[in-house]
Ligand binder design. Sequence first.
Ligand code: CA
Length: 533
Amino acid sequence: MLKRVFSSLLISAALAAPAFADERPNILFIFTDDHAPHAIGAYDGWLKSVNPTPSIDQIAAQGMLFKNSFCTNSICGPSRAVIQTGKHSHQNGFMNNGNSFNWDQQTFPKLLKEVGYQTAIYGKSHLKGNPQGYDDWKVLPGQGLYYNPDFFTEDGKITVEGHSTDVITGMATDWLTNQRDAEKPFMLMVQFKAPHRNWMPAERYLHLYDDIEMPEPPTLFDKWEDNTLAAKYNELEIDRHMDINYDLFLDLTADFDQEASQKRQDRSAWNNMKRMTESQMTAWRGAYGPKDKAFHEQNLSGDDLVRWKYQRYAKNYLRCVKGVDDNVGNLMNTLKELELDENTIVIYSSDQGFYIGDHGWYDKRWMYEESLKMPLIVKWPGVTEPGSINEELVQNLDYASTFLDIAGATIPEDLQGQSLVPLLEGAETVAPFRDAIYYHYYEYPSVHMVPRHCGIRTDRYKLIHFYQFGVWEMYDLESDPDELTNIYETADPTLVAEMKEKLEALKEHYGDDSHEAEFTLEKKKEFWPEYSE
Ligand code: CA
């Protein structure tokens, strides 16, 4: 049976492959987890002076950087499901991290295989179940671990020693060098866990940034005075919610062998630490032991404690980013060594943005700019103009159509995005690529307590509806890029009405009827005690 399936696959691949040498471009899709654009040098932002990303910046210098690239639902699994299917969350069925992805549905890797591409994925899938549509895959179970991670493979579970970012790159370069079928174009997805919480840098970067103070975000002490109550009842603040042990490893290395420590370091913090080899743990003790000692001597509280937590968090986050950047450089070098660099499109993106202390927060989920934005940098040798910047409103919804377009495949009509190929080719568009993006976040009540919301963002305005509570926010991104002034009540009523009409039109256009009904007054008060009508 297996043999029959295999030979029929061979026949269909042979039919799909053209008679001449297949010169369709290869696609290397590098995808990270929670890497905010403002933690990339090529994007402007308040972290620019630190610049942990020379290799990613190099891709931007040789390709196109999308300044207005957004997700449709700012959370790990759902963003990946949108990319797989080219459909919004309510259409692909993976609306929040608690869902399971239906791998039997149409995905872009399956469609690429049908037209003769060889496909592989290494790293974080976060979609549960065995990946379909790939000639080879090795994926982290769930969120995966930073040190000496396990992987699910077609042959069962394996454990590989090393830091996950380095290990995943090793799998990808091995496939490129030793396993790939050189007769076929490929689409290779390299999906790092980094820089996802909890931020564990590679051994070689444990002392990086020891000698500098991280710049602070201008909104580190934002009190969300103009927001609806949604922001006030969040649970993702550095001050109140970031755990000094779980998130920042305080005292964790010192008490490594003690049972008391194991109890305190609950959840994956302990799972991460206990996997380390003795030499990895020695390096961690050497790096964090003195820092923990200095912390205890300072006896910090209030804003000073927030500042300390921010420094430790931002440094670890950017140390993880630095590890990603090294490996992006390694992947670029491998392409060059294999003489694949001229015919390979390289894409760098991440599943959503992230708060690096912006508004006092960590994590994502909100439709505010820091978590709505995704980095998107594309280098297509001979096609993208080196160093070009594109400002059209694009989304992860567009990736599937783009990949299929690149491969010369038919784009199925049920895909909800648009191919970015005309933009990559530098086409002068008269009409905008898209006049507004549509967003819908679902996971509530849940970790971090960000209420369900939907909304739209145009090139200037953003309208957000926390529909379970019946409250709205609107921002003018031109005069207020940090979204500190909610103009929903004060803006020209005609403008607000137009934005609401546009939101309704997009809901209808994308067929989204997945909104839950508004809560009763009693339920609203249960979640937001200060709520009043
Ligand atoms: Ca993520």
